[in-house]
Design a protein around this ligand. Structure first.
Ligand SMILES: CC(C)(COP(=O)(O)OP(=O)(O)OC[C@H]1O[C@@H](n2cnc3c(N)ncnc32)[C@H](O)[C@@H]1OP(=O)(O)O)[C@@H](O)C(=O)NCCC(=O)NCCS
Length: 180
């Protein structure tokens, strides 16, 4: 098994096809329409390959978000998937651990890892924590903006502290962009 961190704009056609197939198989209820992404391109891909075939992947969105007015450097994890034949064997956990290793040398540039999920136990096993926030974000669907949205969430936002700053729960989180 090999792990690869690649800039999105460098992906070749074969890799994009494999990613598009994998996300659609793993999220059958989401209409990816043949794309590698649901709403917006991520900045990076983190891939696990076996014999040149992608068997697990995630997208990374690196941006500033503001928590209670404080700007934070957030590395967002999007569309983590493990191919159905490989699920339940520890590969998803390994992918997140390998991601930690890849990002470790750059920890001074990342305050938090962040993701939106319903599989809390899986992520909690990997050191992520469920947080409750009031969130402001830009609604987007099929390449069209629908303006700012505000909502309160207590069962889907998960974070992992990387830098020295502590996360304050029950405050306002401005995603400064779209909700992945
Ligand atoms: C969720 C997913 C990424 C987990 O990867 P995986 O390789 O199957 O998971 P692992 O084998 O590393 O499992 C680690 C732990 O997470 C738990 N877990 C795995 N899949 C889970 C799920 N679907 N729901 C809840 N918990 C889950 C396991 O019970 C395991 O805990 P245990 O060791 O205490 O039993 C993978 O199953 C997948 O791609 N699912 C479809 C797409 C998806 O839902 N992606 C996540 C979006 S939030």
């Amino acid at each position: 098994m090999t792990y690869h961190l690649i800039e999105e704009f460098k992906l070749d056609q074969e890799t994009k096809q494999q990613i598009a197939d994998l996300v659609q198989i793993c999220f059958p209820d989401t209409k990816y329409q043949g794309r590698t992404y649901f709403k917006q391109l991520p900045h990076y891909r983190f891939l696990a390959k076996e014999n040149e075939k992608i068997i697990a992947q995630l997208g990374l969105d690196y941006r500033m978000m503001a928590l209670d007015g404080q700007p934070l450097r957030i590395m967002g994890i999007i569309d983590l998937v493990v191919s159905p034949q490989h699920q339940g064997k520890g590969l998803g956990t390994k992918l997140l651990k390998e991601l930690d290793n890849f990002l470790k040398p750059y920890a001074e540039n990342i305050d938090f890892l962040f993701l939106v999920a319903d599989k809390h136990k899986f992520y909690e096993n990997c050191g992520y924590k469920l947080v409750k926030q009031k969130v402001q974000w830009l609604a987007m669907s099929e390449h069209k903006n629908y303006g700012l949205q505000i909502g309160e969430f207590n069962d889907c936002l998960m974070i992992k502290q990387i830098g020295q700053i502590s996360w304050t729960e029950r405050t306002a989180l401005d995603m400064l962009g779209y909700w992945y």
